[in-house]
Design a protein around this ligand. Structure first.
Ligand SMILES: Nc1nc2c(ncn2[C@@H]2O[C@H](COP(=O)(O)OP(=O)(O)O)[C@@H](O)[C@H]2O)c(=O)[nH]1
Ligand SMILES: [Mg+2]
Length: 337
């Protein structure tokens, strides 16, 4: 999963990358492990050679300088492409660097407005091109609908599109179609009064914490992180909290695979079938899918973390290709290629 960190200049994007990276960052890029206690427990039971958590790749996209905006804008848009989710950072501390006091509502409205404008420009360009190479009816209809939404200042992610419509607009890479998480960078020493951002959040999840404190916590050992996060009033280590919220915002769940080789969490979209889930591991397993042997993490732990006990108790289920995978399913795929 790819995330892009967006936000105006000086809001704390680089600080966030550092806090998320826990030492694994490279400047503007970091790979975040999605903390999953189930993976930790299973790893203790199976003692595999390798333990693999779901990953969120994050990349900071710097806000273009006003003076150089024209040329930089294209680069900005290129850098946003490929992001499955935007982590939208909002400054809620008075910035000595910028010489500006906190104005989170204004900043949020500004970037939201810019994104609507970018998308409107894309719609207009698409209609321009359609004069030379006409669009199919479906494409024209979908594009017109996007235009109406954007002109009424509705981000496209708030609209319901059916699969066919989505297919015809996906290629335009509209910025407002991408889900967002709002990350409020708060003042260290005072309680955050977040209610004023709620209306403008329009359904986006809000996480608020002081990034500088989160960065301090991230520099500690794994054992110390939980404790110090709590002491600073943070909901947890930033990497864990942000990655989990991003996955939730995207409607992702994880199924698990176990063995002496590897214990691993595999993120998939909620609602995917066993056969689709198999494809997350390897296209061969999807192609040669025979059946899935499934036990829920809860049942597995209820039976002492023992697969044979699960089988004897009848809670190791045999499921077919259309089975809808549940979060925390431990799955062994049978396949034949
Ligand atoms: N007081 C305070 N300053 C911060 C915080 N986060 C970042 N800063 C400072 O704000 C400035 C800009 O931060 P930076 O992460 O580079 O912002 P970016 O432009 O969005 O990448 C730096 O001088 C940071 O030290 C914060 O949580 N509290
Ligand atoms: Mg920066």
């Amino acid at each position: 999963m790819e995330a892009r960190i967006i936000g105006l200049k000086g809001c704390g994007k680089t600080t966030l990358v550092a806090a998320l990276a826990e030492g694994r960052g490279e400047g503007h890029i970091a790979t975040v492990h999605v903390g999953d206690p189930r993976v930790r427990v299973l790893s203790d039971i199976f003692k595999p050679r390798k333990t693999t958590y779901a990953e969120l790749k994050v990349r900071e996209v710097a806000w273009p300088e006003a003076s150089a905006r024209k040329g930089e804008m294209e680069r900005y848009l290129d850098a946003l492409a490929g992001g499955h989710v935007y982590l939208h950072v909002i400054r809620a501390f008075d910035s000595p660097v910028l010489g500006e006091s906190a104005r989170p509502e204004v900043d949020l409205a500004e970037l939201d407005h810019e994104f609507l404008l970018f998308d409107l420009i894309r719609v207009e360009r698409a209609f321009e091109r359609a004069k030379k190479a006409p669009l199919p009816d479906m494409g024209k209809k979908a594009l017109t609908r996007c235009q109406e939404l954007l002109e009424s200042e509705t981000p496209l992610r708030e609209a319901e599109f059916d699969e066919a419509q989505l297919a015809s607009i996906r290629g335009y890479q509209f910025l407002t179609l991408t889900p967002q998480l709002l990350l409020v960078n708060t003042k260290s020493d005072s309680a955050w009064q977040g209610s004023s951002l709620e209306p403008a959040a329009r359904g986006r999840r809000i996480l608020a914490f002081p990034f500088v404190d989160a960065l301090e916590v991230a520099r500690l050992s794994a054992e110390e992180q939980e404790e110090y996060a709590a002491a600073l009033g943070l909901p947890g280590p930033a990497a864990e909290v942000v990655a989990q919220a991003a996955f939730a915002q995207l409607g992702l769940i994880s199924f698990l695979t176990t063995g002496s080789d590897e214990v691993r969490a595999w993120p998939i979209r909620a609602g995917e079938t066993a056969r689709e889930a198999a494809g997350a591991i390897h296209s061969d397993i999807q192609r040669g899918f025979i059946r899935a042997e499934v036990v829920s993490y809860e049942d597995f732990m209820k039976h002492g973390g023992n697969m044979k006990a699960c089988r004897d108790a009848g809670c190791l289920r045999i499921e077919g290709k259309d089975y809808i995978v549940a979060d925390g399913d431990i799955i062994n795929f049978r396949f034949n290629v």
